[in-house]
Design a protein around this ligand. Structure first.
Ligand SMILES: [Fe+2]
Ligand SMILES: [Fe+2]
Length: 445
């Protein structure tokens, strides 16, 4: 009888089917029944023979076994076949009355289902072919799972290798970045040093102005911090402060030595060009152009009476207004040397808040400058009150103005100590044993 089996989604290999029955005519009719199906049929007249065949063909797709057989009942045979070919699908072909035997086979033999004798051809073929297909699907599924697992492992290996490569490249990049950073840092230091060197050039010509730009830059830097400027803005302001008077290089000495208030028309004409000349001098260096703009405006006045552009109020860059104040205060500090003068300078600056200077900046810059110059004056005074002597020049009664440390850093005597004979001997001995890097600083009487 012609039968149809469900279409398979996968390419079929020929499935193997084993029929086990002690009745030869049943085996014959089964063989005939499956002649036209896409299966290889094996037959066995007993469970023992069935097991032998199975040992040679463990890839058997389906076993169909009779239950009642003389040597070995179907349930026993199926149970043993399970050990040889666990994946094989087992079916039991049994008479109507053998329900208990069927249950036994289900439990021990792991059968998929049981079929009754006499069978209906179509039902038997469909069941067996369905089982063959199930076997093949399970097998294919396993194969695919194995492939997927292999690919997953491959993928995992690749991703680990990739990670290593990325890691290596990142390390390389980091190294290049670090060395670039180092070069950059070096360049920046060189750049700053060059600017400092340039800033000193103008002041070389006028001893009264020594360290003027340096002081102005220090005050500007502190004010920028106070105003919470960005690091770039702060640096630009400091550079502008260091170079603000670079345009004075072209001005003759006799004009530079005059106070601006005393200059005649021609001298003043020459003098007012220095902010523009300063800007032009730095303009060739692209990085210095923002500082150039500040340099140009450092003599602008809040009320518009300044030069070179007569800008007023908000038109003047904030950094230029800070610079103008710091510049003015430093010049004044050179004219009045005593502590008392801080008050005079303060009054003078405050009097010009809103006219010459941006009123909001006045208290901020004054506070910063006050601190800065007080500290500076203390250091200068301190330095002026001491003298550096060699140990042989020391005399009883002298007072130490600084701690004395041995060459390896041991504190020998503290600041303020008045020298006696013993301490002088001690110092002389140490200057031989563990020589300090400098002389002994004593207070001038
Ligand atoms: Fe100036
Ligand atoms: Fe100046």
């Amino acid at each position: 009888m012609a039968t149809t089996t469900p279409a398979s989604p996968i390419p079929q290999e020929i499935g193997k089917v084993l029929f086990v029955d002690d009745e030869e005519n049943i085996l014959h009719s089964l063989e005939r029944l499956f002649m036209d199906e896409n299966v290889e049929v094996f037959t066995a007249g007993s469970g023992r023979v069935g097991l032998e065949i199975l040992a040679k063909h463990p890839d058997m797709a389906v076993i169909v076994s009779d239950q009642r057989m003389p040597e070995m009942v179907g349930a026993d045979f199926l149970e043993q076949s399970r050990k040889i070919a666990p994946q094989t699908i087992r079916l039991l072909l049994t008479g109507y009355a053998d329900v208990n035997a069927a249950i036994d086979a289900i439990n021990r033999g792991g059968i998929l289902r049981y079929l009754t004798k006499p069978w209906k051809d179509e039902e038997l073929v469909q069941t067996v072919m369905g089982a063959v297909q199930t076997y093949q699907l399970v097998k294919e599924n396993k194969r695919l799972n194995a492939v997927v697992q292999r690919q997953n492992e491959e993928l995992k290996r690749w991703s680990q290798e990739l990670e290593v490569i990325v890691q290596e490249q990142t390390t390389e990049l980091r190294k290049s970045y670090d060395s670039l950073q180092a070069i950059n840092a070096k360049l920046r230091i060189n750049f700053k040093n060059t600017i400092r060197a340039f800033s000193g050039l103008v002041e070389l010509r006028d001893p009264r102005m020594r360290a003027h730009s340096f002081n102005v830059a220090e005050v500007c830097s502190l004010v920028a911090k106070e105003l919470e400027m960005t690091p770039e803005e702060r640096e630009t302001l400091v550079v502008a402060a260091l170079l603000h008077d670079i345009g004075k290089i072209g001005i003759p000495d006799f004009i530079l030595r005059q106070d601006t208030e005393q200059m005649n028309y021609e001298a003043r004409e020459e003098y007012v060009k220095h902010p523009l000349r300063g800007q032009a001098a730095v303009d060739v260096i692209e990085d210095l152009r923002p500082a150039g703009l500040i340099i140009r405006s450092h003599h602008e006045s809040y009320d518009g009476a300044g030069f070179p552009d007569g800008l007023k109020k908000k038109e003047i860059p904030l950094a230029a207004s800070v610079l103008a104040l710091a510049d003015y205060i430093d010049v004044k500090n050179r004219r009045f040397g005593s502590t008392l003068s801080q008050e005079l300078i303060r009054k003078e600056v405050e009097a010009q808040a809103g006219s010459r200077f941006e009123p909001k900046l006045v208290p901020i810059v004054l506070a910063v400058a006050d601190k800065f110059y007080r500290k500076k004056r203390r250091t200068t005074e301190e330095a002026a009150r001491e003298v550096e002597l060699s140990p042989d020049e020391l005399a009883v009664g002298m007072e130490l103005n600084r701690d004395v440390l041995s060459g390896t850093g041991i504190l020998l005597l503290g600041k303020g100590k008045v020298l006696g004979k013993t301490s002088i001997d001690l110092l002389r001995r140490y200057y031989k044993l563990d020589p300090p890097h400098q002389g002994v600083f004593v207070r001038l009487q």
